[in-house]
Design a protein around this ligand. Structure first.
Ligand SMILES: NC(=O)c1ccc[n+]([C@@H]2O[C@H](COP(=O)([O-])OP(=O)(O)OC[C@H]3O[C@@H](n4cnc5c(N)ncnc54)[C@H](OP(=O)(O)O)[C@@H]3O)[C@@H](O)[C@H]2O)c1
Length: 228
């Protein structure tokens, strides 16, 4: 597929899996995260398709440079996968202000910035935004006050984007996964593989042109003996 994609949070976990999946399908993928070395070793696995671009999504100038890099290297932007995210878990009265700010900045402002600067180009290609939210963006849990607030916020942002971009034929999809085996937390044995979630991202991207997959909630099957 002759498309150009940007994937944020590509240095590990789900973002790395999405990057590999899109590269395997022949897309040019701008892989963004802060860890330059990890991005470079990922790019070495498929240098024809994966182009590393170190970028902190909370910094407007860096995000704008990432968009320019994608245009210079690929000539257009078809797909933006907003995957970068952080989770800091504690009851609200114990949650550090810095952790709150980091979650809001990466999980919410980072998505806003990438969308803000990519949308003019996504309109040109009738492109596609995929936001990686979470089941925590649909139901809250104790100890997840800051994380849930950021992901519920992302759901609202995604809905507004859907309405704003519909007339321009830019698709907006939101994926709400349950537990995935990544460094994000200490997952249970039955958590989903990052590749399984990346397959769903590909399913959203490869849907027929006239079909928009707006929202998918996916979760691991919990073994019977561990169900409450
Ligand atoms: N793991 C789960 O169970 C789970 C479940 C539901 C939803 N999610 C969501 O899935 C997404 C990916 O999570 P994951 O499990 O793959 O986590 P992860 O393994 O911790 O990876 C997080 C990625 O985000 C990047 N990142 C963090 N801050 C950034 C910043 N300021 N600028 C650019 N990149 C930044 C990290 O790269 P650098 O540190 O190199 O910048 C890393 O590549 C997140 O949005 C998360 O909320 C995860």
């Amino acid at each position: 597929m002759n498309k150009v994609a940007i994937v944020t949070g590509a240095s590990k976990g789900l973002g790395e899996a999405i990057t590999r999946r899109l590269a395997k399908e022949g897309l040019t993928v701008i892989a963004c995260a802060r860890s330059k070395e990890r991005l470079e070793s990922l790019a070495q696995t498929d240098p024809n398709h994966i182009l590393p671009f170190p970028c902190d999504v909370t910094k407007s100038e860096q995000v704008q440079s990432m968009i320019q890099f994608a245009l210079e290297k690929g000539g257009k932007i078809d797909i933006l996968v907003n995957n970068a995210g952080v989770g800091r878990f504690a009851p609200v009265h114990e949650l550090d202000e810095t952790d709150w700010d980091e979650m809001m900045n990466v999980n919410l402002k980072g998505v806003f910035l990438a969308c803000k600067y990519a949308i003019p180009y996504l309109k040109q290609t009738e492109g596609h935004i995929i936001n990686i939210s979470s089941i925590a963006g649909t139901v809250a849990f104790a100890g997840g006050g800051g994380y849930c607030a950021s992901k519920f916020g992302l759901m609202g942002l995604s809905e507004a984007l859907t309405l704003e971009l519909k007339p321009h034929h830019v698709k907006v999809s939101t994926l709400c996964p349950g537990s995935i085996k990544t460094e994000f937390h200490h997952p249970k044995d039955w958590a989903m593989e990052a590749d399984q979630v990346a397959d769903t991202v590909w399913m959203m991207i490869s849907a027929p042109k006239n079909v928009i997959i707006n929202q998918v909630i996916m979760r691991p099957q919990v073994p019977k003996e561990h169900q409450k």
